[in-house]
Design a protein around this ligand. Structure first.
Ligand code: PGA
Length: 250
């Protein structure tokens, strides 16, 4: 019998922030998690993953990666295979973040292939979807995220190997967030789509909210319908900012 994953989760995405000395923040986060059954993860830049994994060895903090290539090896200068990330101890990889979709032209098809690569390497895939500001203004949120979800999530996704992150592009790094009702509506729509596609197992996927989450708004956002927790950028860079967000979740 499959066991249901814990319904909550908190992930920090450091993006292109973090030098070796910032590992002390990962140590502080690991030390500050305390006794929690909420899975907590930091996704530092790839240059820090191996040392971060060493640092969190005796703590429940998990270390993830921010992107991977679709192939296992090959002539792909500058890219990293999911297997390489797994080899140094990452347990998950973010795929389809809007900054990858926008800055690197990643399509749903590529995100789908990256999620498949993550599974091949036994990494959990954190698949990001979300509408742009123009799409939000044009009331296209539901249709946009419906298409992204359908096309980015592989058929063999399970609640164990896949996490969905809803991140409105206009809310990322801007200090702007949707209303709690809007977050709840988007997450409930995603939940409905997952149930339609994956049956009762669709009800078990974690759906994280991301976009300007901070200690001040986390409790409210996490209380919205079908929100399992957060994918946090700027406010995950220090223990001082990140740990209160975890407090809001438990
Ligand atoms: P932010 O980033 O929390 O800095 O808005 C979130 C994200 O991009 O994952």
């Amino acid at each position: 019998m499959s066991t249901s994953p814990h319904p909550r989760m908190l992930v920090g995405n450091w993006k292109m922030h973090g030098r070796q000395h910032d590992l002390e923040q990962i140590a502080a986060i690991a030390g500050g998690i305390g006794d929690t059954d909420v899975p907590v993860m930091i996704c530092p830049p790839a240059t820090l993953i191996a040392r971060a994994v060493e640092q969190v060895r005796d703590s429940p903090l998990m270390i993830g990666a921010q992107d991977c290539h679709t192939d296992e090896d090959g002539a792909h200068t500058g890219d990293l295979a999911a297997e390489m990330l797994a080899e140094v101890g990452a347990t998950a990889v973010i795929v389809g973040h809007s900054e990858r979709r926008t800055n690197h032209g990643e399509t749903d098809e590529m995100v789908h292939a990256k999620a498949t690569a993550a599974r091949r390497a036994e990494l959990q895939a954190i698949i990001c979807i979300g509408e742009s500001e123009a799409q939000y203004d044009a009331d296209e949120t539901i249709s946009v995220i419906g298409t992204q979800l359908a096309q980015s999530v592989p058929d063999d996704a399970t609640p164990e190997n896949t996490v969905i992150a809803y991140e409105p592009v206009w809310a990322i790094g801007t200090g702007k967030t949707p209303t709690v009702a809007e977050v709840g509506a988007a997450h409930s729509f995603i939940r409905g789509q997952l149930v339609e596609r994956f049956g009762s197992r669709g009800a078990e996927f974690r759906i994280l909210y991301g976009g300007s989450v901070n200690a001040g708004n986390a409790a409210e956002l996490f209380a919205a319908d079908n929100v399992a927790g957060g994918l946090v950028g700027g406010a995950s860079l220090t223990a001082e900012k990140f740990l209160p967000i975890l407090d809001a979740l438990r």
